[in-house]
Structures are given as C-alpha cells and as structure tokens.
Design a protein around this ligand. Structure first.
Ligand SMILES: [Ca+2]
Ligand SMILES: [Ca+2]
Length: 198
C-alpha cells in the first residue's frame, strides 16, 4: 500500500510541476479600432486615406487577465490627451483630430510606459506594437484625392444601406451634412491649388 501511495505521489508531482510553472500568455492586440464622432472602425480592411476626423483609438487585448499597468504615454505617435480602461482588457486613448497624412502609432511593450497585465507580463512579452495608417479627410472612395467623385459617391450613398466611409462626421447616418463636408473640403483644396499656380 505504501508503495502504491509513493507511486501516486510521484505521479501527482509530475502532473502538478508543469502546472505550477505555467504562466498566462503575454497580452497581444486583438482589435485596433479608431473612432470618430460616435462611430468606430476596426483598422483591418482599409488603413489608407481614412476619410474622418479621428479623435481616438480603442484597443482590445487578447488577455483573459486585465491590463493593470499603462498610461496616456503608453501610446506614442500622437500627443494623447486622455486615457481610460486600466484594469480591463480594453484601453482607449483620445487626442485632437488627426491631420491628413501618414500616422504611425506605437503601443509600448518596453520601457517605463510599458503596458502590462496583472501578472506583470508586458505586451507581446516585451515588444512594442505598431499600427500604421493614413488620413485624408473626405476621401470617401479612398483613391488619395478629394474631389467631385467623393461628393457624388456620398450623395448616392444617402439612399443606400449605411456605409461607414460615407459617414464623414461619424454621427451614424449618411445625409446632406456629410456631402457638404466633402464639398467644403473640395473647394478649399481647389482654392489652394489655384493659389499655388499663380
Ligand atoms: Ca477620393
Ligand atoms: Ca453623418
């Protein structure tokens, strides 16, 4: 019987040993959303010439444990003004509307501002996460220009099922205000290029 018990204990130790050593996987980025107005968009399919006034990001992490270390400066590539969500798996940063052109956002996995979970494990086990995208306000069709084709496209989108790319002000509906925003952008651009020609 004692022999049996020894054997049982040995097996129990072998089984328990790896379990005791196991750590949860490091936090990774599951979803990277930008937001504008009251809308948000997951930056997967389209990352160029985004047609909105983008004023924040919301990042969903894969971890089953919350992110408990991080701050407004854990995001670089922009001067973030607001930060929320610490103690959960979804963090948000806000900032003034992004300018037209390329942007490269970096979430810190190293250094003093590293994002860490409640086991003190940093993002990607200690590596930064970078997301690049570009903005061109009013570029509904994403061709890198803001012109009458975008005005016509959004005008036509008013009578079609909701298209987020036509919702320029991000209020959840596509209406004449979205058309007017692009129209105003087109006339500003035209005025600028006329000045440049002179
Ligand atoms: Ca366009
Ligand atoms: Ca709208």
């Amino acid at each position: 019987m004692r022999g049996y018990l020894k054997h049982f204990l040995a097996v129990a130790l072998v089984v328990a040993a790896p379990l005791a050593k196991a750590e949860p996987p490091p936090p990774t980025v599951n979803e990277f959303n930008i937001f504008f107005g009251s809308q948000r968009y997951n930056l997967t399919d389209r990352t160029t010439f985004l047609p909105w006034d983008i004023t924040g990001i919301t990042v969903m992490f894969s971890v089953p444990v919350p992110i408990t270390s991080g701050n407004v400066n854990s995001l670089s590539g922009v001067s973030a003004a607001g930060f929320s969500g610490l103690g959960t798996s979804t963090l948000s940063w806000t900032f003034p509307a992004l300018s037209d052109g390329p942007h490269s956002f970096v979430l810190a996995g190293t250094g003093a501002n590293a994002l860490k979970d409640s086991y003190d494990i940093p993002l990607y086990g200690g590596a930064d996460f970078t997301k690049t995208f570009s903005v061109l306000f009013g570029d509904f069709n994403g061709d890198g220009k803001v012109n009458s084709a975008d005005v016509d496209g959004v005008d036509a989108a008013r009578s079609r099922p909701y298209s987020i790319f036509a919702d320029i002000d991000g209020n959840g509906v596509v209406d004449i205000n979205d058309v007017d925003l692009i129209r105003a952008t087109v006339s500003r651009t035209t005025a600028r290029s006329k000045r440049a020609v002179r």
